[in-house]
Design a protein around this ligand. Structure first.
Ligand code: CO
Length: 134
């Protein structure tokens, strides 16, 4: 059911420093920061030949990554995103298999303008999983 690894998301305490490190130290192709007020994050995309790294920083008061940064002051891996062909079919299979979907269970439009859902980390070995219809 899952296809390509679309991205790995990393929460960072300083977006500029993280961008500089990926660009200058690791020699990667790094985007400009993008504010996503609907998601409470500012993102920078690092584009690799086979996947992307999404650097996330809290935006606004109720950012979903604000608490993460409080607990992990140096930053850390936040989630993995796998591509699926049909997000409704994927959701229904996951629910039938007993996996928990976060939020209302209805797909939201994610950072890339495509429908996404998040799966409970306790059902996936301590890893927050995002699925994105691509
Ligand atoms: Co993501």
């Amino acid at each position: 059911m899952i296809g390509k690894l679309n991205h790995v998301a990393i929460v960072v305490p300083d977006l500029q420093a993280a961008s500089d490190k990926y660009r200058d130290t690791l020699g990667a192709n790094v985007s400009e920061p993008q504010d996503l007020p609907d998601h409470g994050v500012t993102t920078v995309f690092v584009v690799l030949p086979n996947t992307k790294i999404e650097l996330l920083h809290p935006l606004g008061e109720n950012s979903p990554v604000g608490k993460f940064l409080e607990k992990n002051a140096d930053g850390g891996i936040h989630h993995l995103c796998y591509e699926v062909d049909d997000i409704i079919a994927a959701r229904d299979k996951l629910l039938a298999d007993g996996a928990r979907i976060l939020g209302s269970g209805e797909p939201k439009i994610g950072a890339h303008g495509k429908p996404v859902l998040f799966l409970h980390p306790k059902d996936f070995f301590g890893t927050l999983v995002e699925i994105e219809q691509c």
